[in-house]
Ligand binder design. Structure first.
Ligand code: ADP
Length: 166
């Protein structure tokens, strides 16, 4: 069984992430999408919401699980017997950070490989933070995120708007 993990914040999951997951499924026996309980970022969606949206968006795919983790990515990879870590590379701007992370992770755990996959070109400019901004301004994000996420945005921002008008 060649298992890999795909760690990230997924705040929220976009079609870019899903494109990477599909490519990983084609290459490996199982893919565990692992949502970071990330103390350095203040996410818009709670961990539970991020996990739920991923589960709903990925319900059609076999061999994909959605989990959450805390701590070092390489420790988690070892714990679940994964052989590698999937990361998505969009542009040169991702490279510097991803390169450092991959080399540090290799130093920490030489037997865990980092595998970079590139999404379809149409997703190379897409990231969760831009989509969050668009959705907060009530813009249509249906080209970028699955229907479950569109619904979650509507719920989150209509509540925020109601509160700010009080
Ligand atoms: P992190 O906070 O770890 O960067 P993200 O959820 O932003 O978490 O991203 C998780 C992984 O998915 C990263 O490797 C990131 O480069 C990749 N990724 C994010 N958006 C896209 C996209 N549109 N296309 C391809 N890969 C992406």
């Amino acid at each position: 069984m060649r298992k890999v993990i795909y760690p990230g914040t997924f705040d929220p999951v976009t079609y870019g992430h899903i494109d990477i997951i599909k490519r990983a499924i084609d290459l490996f026996d199982s893919v565990a999408v692992t949502v970071a309980i990330n103390p350095t970022k203040e996410p818009l969606f709670t961990l539970k919401e991020r996990v739920e949206m991923l589960k709903e968006s990925l319900s059609d795919y076999d061999n994909v699980t959605v989990e959450s983790f805390d701590g070092l990515v390489v420790d988690y990879a070892k714990k679940v017997n994964a052989i590698g870590i999937i990361r998505g590379l969009r542009a040169l701007s991702d490279f510097e950070y991803e390169f450092q992370m991959a080399l540090m992770n290799r130093k920490l755990a030489n037997d865990i490989a980092t595998i970079f996959l590139m999404p379809h070109e149409k997703y190379t400019y897409l990231n969760s933070s831009i989509v969050r901004n668009l959705a907060s301004l009530n813009s249509d994000v249906s080209d970028f995120v699955p229907p479950e996420v569109q619904k979650a945005f509507k719920k989150k921002f209509s509540k925020k708007r109601r509160l700010s008008h009080k």
